[in-house]
Design a protein around this ligand. Structure first.
Ligand SMILES: *[C@@H]1O[C@H](CO)[C@@H](O)[C@H](O)[C@H]1NC(C)=O
Ligand SMILES: *[C@@H]1O[C@H](CO)[C@@H](O)[C@H](O)[C@H]1NC(C)=O
Ligand SMILES: *[C@@H]1O[C@H](CO)[C@@H](O)[C@H](O)[C@H]1NC(C)=O
Ligand SMILES: *[C@@H]1O[C@H](CO)[C@@H](O)[C@H](O)[C@H]1NC(C)=O
Ligand SMILES: *[C@@H]1O[C@H](CO)[C@@H](O)[C@H](O)[C@H]1NC(C)=O
Ligand SMILES: *[C@@H]1O[C@H](CO)[C@@H](O)[C@H](O)[C@H]1NC(C)=O
Ligand SMILES: *[C@@H]1O[C@H](CO)[C@@H](O)[C@H](O)[C@H]1NC(C)=O
Length: 287
């Protein structure tokens, strides 16, 4: 009885399904008349056209608002880092060790510095159309190169005084009074407050190890170099430098030196980013 019942139900189901797929009485295909299917298809086609249109419109308006003269993405708050040349890395960060009596221990460093400073050659800076901003009251006006193009203030090696190749062919390495070159990372539209220049101060972690230093051109990054407008607007911008000449130091001693930037909008006490606002390195000048 049961099996008979099941059989009937099964064949009934098959029949029902067949009628569902194509019902010759009502002319319905899958439960709908052909004309209804056409309407539904048209509805979905229209629906997707509108969706694609909205999507394209939003992408288009997004692209319109992104200016190529602005950075694509920038954190809300950014603080500049400090970098140093020569940047000779040891196992745990920058480690500058050389023997002032052995030329081959520092000739590579001198080469590296010459290479690094080549962009600051006066003729190179002039070719890049960078402007002499000293004694200029309206730097903004001087830097206008076009509607969206800007010149940059020049930074030339003669500003580095005793840390320039012209004054010392080994940048002080041969005499045991080496020069180190510091720069701030570029941050677009970063302006030190109130036109005060960010300053640099280098000191040894242990007091007394680093006794006397001299800064060129002085201990600050000139305010005229800020803000940096970005690579598209200001293609030939070169970072200003502070050269630190070590005048008096304990020789044959490995010491830890910190060069710290100070100024508004600069922080140098972030435990998660040791290079933010400062640079720490090991130094050992042997004689
Ligand atoms: C600067 O460039 C000029 C010409 O290219 C060259 O004669 C001069 O030696 C360079 N100066 C430095 C310090 O490299
Ligand atoms: C950038 O420097 C190049 C030469 O290196 C020069 O042709 C160009 O005009 C300069 N652009 C600006 C905006 O100063
Ligand atoms: C800028 O002014 C100082 C002092 O007023 C002067 O010694 C120097 O020669 C001037 N520099 C330029 C490029 O005019
Ligand atoms: C540069 O070095 C020379 C010789 O070592 C020294 O007489 C002079 O005072 C130094 N210049 C500065 C600005 O320290
Ligand atoms: C900027 O300078 C003005 C006066 O010169 C002073 O009142 C203001 O506090 C300064 N702002 C900052 C952030 O130092
Ligand atoms: C940093 O600069 C501020 C003024 O901008 C000054 O008051 C403060 O003493 C400086 N700190 C150091 C460690 O030099
Ligand atoms: C530095 O080099 C000189 C000359 O080669 C050598 O006498 C001296 O021991 C070296 N100093 C150190 C600390 O290695």
């Amino acid at each position: 009885m049961a099996t008979f019942n099941e059989k009937r139900t099964c064949s009934e189901r098959m029949q029902n399904f067949g009628r569902f797929v194509w019902n010759p009485d009502t002319g319905e295909l899958m439960g709908r008349t052909l004309i209804k299917w056409v309407y539904i298809s048209l509805y979905y086609v229209a629906f997707y056209i509108v969706m694609i249109g909205l999507f394209a419109l939003s992408i288009y308006s997004l692209m319109k608002t992104i200016s190529p003269y602005e950075p694509d993405y920038q954190d809300m708050i950014q603080y500049p880092g400090v970098t140093i040349r020569p940047d000779v890395y040891g196992d745990d960060g920058i480690r500058l060790i050389y023997n002032a009596s052995e030329e081959k221990s520092y000739s590579g460093i001198v080469k590296m510095i010459r290479n690094f400073l080549s962009v600051y050659n006066k003729t190179t800076q002039q070719e890049m159309m960078n402007k002499d901003c000293s004694n200029v009251s309206d730097v903004k006006q001087l830097l206008m190169a076009g509607e969206r193009l800007k010149y940059a203030c020049e930074f030339t090696t003669d500003m580095l005084g005793n840390c320039s190749y012209e004054k010392d062919k080994t940048f002080g390495y041969a005499s045991g009074q080496p020069c180190l070159f510091l720069k701030l990372n570029r941050i677009i539209n970063f302006i030190p407050d109130n036109k005060t220049s960010p300053t640099i101060r280098c000191y040894s972690k242990k007091e007394g190890e680093l006794q006397e230093v001299e800064y060129f051109p002085n201990d600050a990054f000139g305010a005229q170099y800020f803000p940096y407008y970005g690579r598209k607007t200001q293609p030939n911008y070169t970072n200003p430098l502070v050269a630190v000449k070590i005048l008096k130091i304990m020789y044959n001693t490995e010491m830890e030196i910190v060069c710290r930037a100070n100024g508004s909008h600069i922080i140098s006490d972030n435990p998660h980013d040791p290079y933010e606002g400062k640079v720490t390195f090991k130094l050992n000048i042997q004689k």
